[in-house]
Design a protein around this ligand. Structure first.
Ligand code: SF4
Length: 637
């Protein structure tokens, strides 16, 4: 197997405008798989403890997996890793679309940016030609315009562009990196890190197919995977109605975050659902990421009325909840417009909605603050849209919101941190964890903060035969396929986090393995083996998943994080979910503490501090990591 089969690592020193290459070897793949796995190893090695995330000393790592860009289903995913300006902790943000595959077609597996350019630049990649180019003319441009200008300039109408919008340039702490006008590496502020480096875009054109070590075996496995995709349940509905096809059912269960998590029920939910998009004619087309049969994405447009001409990728479930029910907004056309603005400005829709609904609750409670001339009342579409602009350009009250809800509540005071829906500094994604205990635990221990895109534990809802089978496999009994119990939650979280880590590390979409559940750990181990040419059984793949999770924990440990950081937003831990008395309805420490104990025990981490032990790290071959933590006084005795 040639070295280049796994792609090269591009090291781009922006300060000195120096580009170097080295191979991503089988040996590295054997240790880290790829993508999310090797990303965290690089982050540990390159970012010293205490680094300011927005300083040149931070690094920005774009990692593909060994399956990215192959014919495996849903294999267009990459992970972007950096130190988060939202949390000052580890950040992995995953994104689909076609950009990741193109990087592999150009012959690369990683791009690692260090330093800071002295003026705006973009990286140009055309197969083996790589240049740092001037981007002065792109600075200030939105995502749609940036992509268009670069396609025009280069003459490649299908050029793949990852870029930031004005939000990233203005260092909004929840700015996204957009891989096309739709696919967002949204969470945790990676866009602000890119902006802090004066890096506007990475434009790539690749022309070579991705090679695998054992083509015949790989093809057999891929054929089996596509077959499995077609026989499993649930995919068709997601294809037809998208992720927002679940919104009405979630609302009926009284777990749709509404009015900043003050309620789990939105009376107008049927107006902002996936079904409404289709049935009322807003759906323009369904789209998928590279090599994805499910195509859960969609483009929506507004043809007439106040928002005529608006068109956007989405809205997804998370966006409908963040900018819709969370803000008390049921005007679907206004939500499409708000989603469009977030996409072209390069903002995370979840955090954007969270800061706006926090402000709306401040208004509801009649706090004293400068409203910047806006009527920040529940359901006011104009306020939502104006605030998105003010956040992007850091104008007036928007400047306070642009630093995220944790920092905004510190500025506001008046007890407003009580309804700031964040933990570790990240705004919680749109899952009502007070009635779903695997999710609650997974969100608490998530190294980047409370959200679903590190460890999705959908199976606890038992909504499909595949989900029930997974719960039986993991816990020994189907009866645990319910979100309303605390029993066996650590076991369910543990399995899902390992599987999620492998999925990310390979470059696959998590829908395949932790939502649809057809991509099993065994199948992923076989695909990895055939792609890379390394023997790998299910047990080894799961061990590598555990190792990745331990590495991420170690990074946060080195930054000083402990068990005390494994929390959910205060409201969820102290206020019961309203109108829900037929099942558990709070994430208090009394309820969650024993689950944390068991979770740390299962990891081989110290229960008192939540930190990895030497024994556990050495089992994963991470002795040097244990040594460094010990030197800093962070290794449990
Ligand atoms: S399932 Fe959806 S998010 Fe995942 S790869 Fe396919 S289109 Fe992209």
């Amino acid at each position: 197997m040639s070295m280049s089969m796994l792609g090269d690592i591009l090291l781009v020193d922006l300060t000195n405008r120096k580009i170097t290459k080295r191979p991503y070897t089988q040996e590295l793949a054997n240790q880290y798989i790829g993508c999310r796995g090797y990303n965290v190893a690089l982050l540990w090695e390159m970012v010293p403890q205490g680094t300011d995330p927005l300083s040149p000393e931070n690094v920005l790592i774009f990692g593909t997996g060994p399956l990215t860009g192959t014919s495996a289903p849903s294999s267009g995913r990459i992970s972007i890793t950096t130190k988060s300006p939202a949390t000052n902790l580890y950040l992995k943000t995953n994104v689909g679309g076609a950009w990741g595959g193109e990087i592999r077609f150009a012959g690369y597996s990683y791009i690692v940016f260090t330093g800071k350019a002295d003026q705006p630049v973009y990286l140009w990649i055309e197969d083996d030609k790589v240049e740092i180019r001037n981007a002065q003319h792109l600075w200030g441009k939105d995502v749609r315009a940036t992509e268009h200008i670069l396609q025009q300039e280069t003459g490649y109408g299908d050029l793949k562009v990852a870029c930031i919008g004005p939000a990233g340039e203005n260092l909004v702490r929840f700015a996204a990196i957009m891989c096309s006008n739709y696919n967002a590496a949204a969470r945790g502020g990676a866009g602000a890190v890119m902006g802090s480096k004066n890096l506007k875009a990475i434009a790539v054109r690749g022309t070579q197919p991705v090679e695998v070590a054992e083509p015949a075996r790989f093809k057999e496995l891929i054929d089996a995977a596509w077959e499995l995709y077609h026989v499993q349940s649930g995919a068709l509905n997601t294809h037809i109605y998208g992720t927002s096809g679940s919104l009405s059912a979630v609302n009926e269960m009284h777990i749709l975050p509404t009015y900043n998590f003050q309620s789990g029920y939105f009376a107008d939910a049927n107006k902002i659902s996936g079904e409404a998009l289709v049935e009322q004619g807003y759906l323009k087309r369904r789209v998928g990421c590279y090599s994805c049969p499910m195509s859960c994405h969609r483009y929506s447009e507004v043809k007439k009325g106040k928002y005529a001409g608006s068109y956007t990728g989405g809205p997804e479930y998370e966006t409908f909840s963040a900018l819709g029910s969370g803000c008390g907004l049921s005007d679907i056309e206004a939500i499409i417009r708000a989603n469009e603005l977030c996409n072209i400005y390069g903002l995370d829709t979840i955090s954007t909605g969270s800061v706006i609904q926090w402000a709306m609750e401040c208004n509801q409670r009649e706090l004293e603050f400068d409203r910047d001339g806006l009527n920040i009342a529940w359901g006011n579409a104009d306020a939502v849209i104006k605030l998105i602009e003010k956040i992007t350009y850091r104008q007036g009250f928007g400047n306070i919101l642009a630093d995220g809800v944790k920092r905004a509540s510190e500025v506001m005071g008046q007890n407003s941190e009580d309804w700031a829906m964040q933990a570790k500094g990240l705004e919680q994604s749109r899952v009502e964890t007070r009635s779903a205990y695997s999710y609650a635990l997974a969100f608490m221990v998530n190294p980047r903060g409370p959200d679903h895109l590190m460890t999705e534990t959908l199976a606890e809802f038992g909504m499909s035969p595949e989900m029930i089978d997974v719960i039986e496999k993991v816990t020994g009994d189907k009866k645990y396929a319910t979100p309303y119990t605390t029993e066996k939650r650590p076991e369910i979280v543990r399995w899902h986090e390992d599987v999620y880590a492998i999925t990310d590390a390979l470059g696959l979409c998590a829908f395949t393995s932790t939502a649809q559940y057809y991509m099993t750990p065994k199948l992923m181990a076989d695909l990895f083996s055939a792609a890379v040419g390394i023997p790998c059984r299910e047990e080894k793949a799961m061990m590598l998943g555990k190792k990745i999770v331990a590495m991420e924990r170690s990074f946060n440990t080195r930054e000083g994080a402990t068990r005390l950081d494994d929390r959910l937003p205060k409201r969820l831990m102290t206020e019961p979910l309203k109108d829900v008395n037929d099942r558990p309805n709070i994430n208090s420490l009394e309820v969650m503490g024993p689950l944390l104990d068991r979770y740390y025990e299962m990891h081989g981490w110290d229960v008192a501090s939540g930190r990895p032990t030497r024994k556990t790290l050495e089992e994963y071959g991470l002795k040097a990591w244990a040594d460094e933590l010990e030197k800093l006084g962070f290794l449990p005795c």
